[in-house]
Design a protein around this ligand. Structure first.
Ligand SMILES: [Zn+2]
Length: 268
């Protein structure tokens, strides 16, 4: 089995996780910028985090033969403070040309608030100005359907954004269709407790097909499973999915989306 982990917060994981992912057939890991599990107190905290994502973490992954890529942004959970968000966004251009950067993400909404929307628009503008791919986090504690609609409206209203260069993550049964219908990519997050279980993700694949869709573990500092993608691939096999179809979802699809970023290159 070979696969790409398109969404993992490796700064929160151990070297054992890197080794197990490499043993399971992982060829590359992509790490969106996210909430650290606590609020950072200043832009300097984000500066250090962006250094960690673009310097330290790729070196840690390389020790296990894994390519590491990252996305940059201020996440929705810390975006309620618009002044802080503006200061963090101003830091990003300095990091955007670093060799493992794929684009702007994971931006999006958390509580669907007015300030979050403002910061989302600022970051969509940043991505457009710098011709970057976009990775979007959709809310899961608050209303995901409403949040996804609001996010799609922001993206569709910006004429500079090409839908095939956007991935909307954490889709579920009630949001996947609207994302695919507007030409964007959809990401399913496999969580042991919340978001999608492997069984639900496979049901979604069987209903909506295998085009423009991928799966990720979104493993972080909370209850999550860095091997969720290969585990779900095994479950697909058990349910009779062909090897080529599994390879498409866990390897070819993320590769085809991500290679729109000039920095994305696999070792093989
Ligand atoms: Zn995430």
């Amino acid at each position: 089995m070979r696969y790409i982990e398109p969404h993992a917060h490796m700064v929160s994981r151990t070297t054992d996780d890197y080794e197990r992912m490499a043993l399971a057939g992982c060829e590359a890991i992509c790490e969106p910028a996210f909430w650290a599990g606590f609020d950072r107190s200043s832009p300097a905290g984000f500066h250090d985090y962006f250094c960690q994502l673009t310097e330290h973490e790729p070196r840690r992954a390389a020790k296990f033969g894994l390519k590491h890529f990252s996305w940059l942004c201020i996440n929705a959970k810390e975006a309620e403070d618009v002044k802080l968000a503006e200061e963090v966004i101003a830091l990003i251009p300095k990091f955007i040309n670093r060799p493992n950067v794929l684009g702007i993400g994971e931006i999006g909404l958390n509580k669907n608030s007015r300030n979050e929307l403002r910061v989302l628009e600022m970051q969509v503008d940043l991505a457009a100005k710098h011709k970057q791919l976009i990775l979007v986090h959709t809310p899961h504690l608050e209303d995901k359907l409403k949040g996804t609609r609001l996010i799609l409206d922001v993206l569709k209203n910006d004429q500079r954004i090409r839908p095939e260069r956007v991935i909307i993550d954490h889709v579920e049964e009630h949001t996947v269709e609207m994302v695919l219908d507007c030409g964007m990519w959809a990401g399913m997050t496999l969580y042991p407790e919340t978001k999608c279980t492997p069984a639900r993700a496979i049901d979604i694949l069987e209903t909506y097909g295998h085009e423009r869709i991928w799966m990720n573990s979104a493993c972080d500092w909370g209850v999550s499973d860095p091997l969720a993608v290969p585990r779900t691939a095994l479950e697909m096999k058990r349910r009779g999915h062909l090897t080529a179809a599994i390879d498409k979802v866990i390897f070819q699809n993320p590769k085809n989306f991500l290679r729109q970023a000039a920095n994305f290159k696999l070792a093989s």
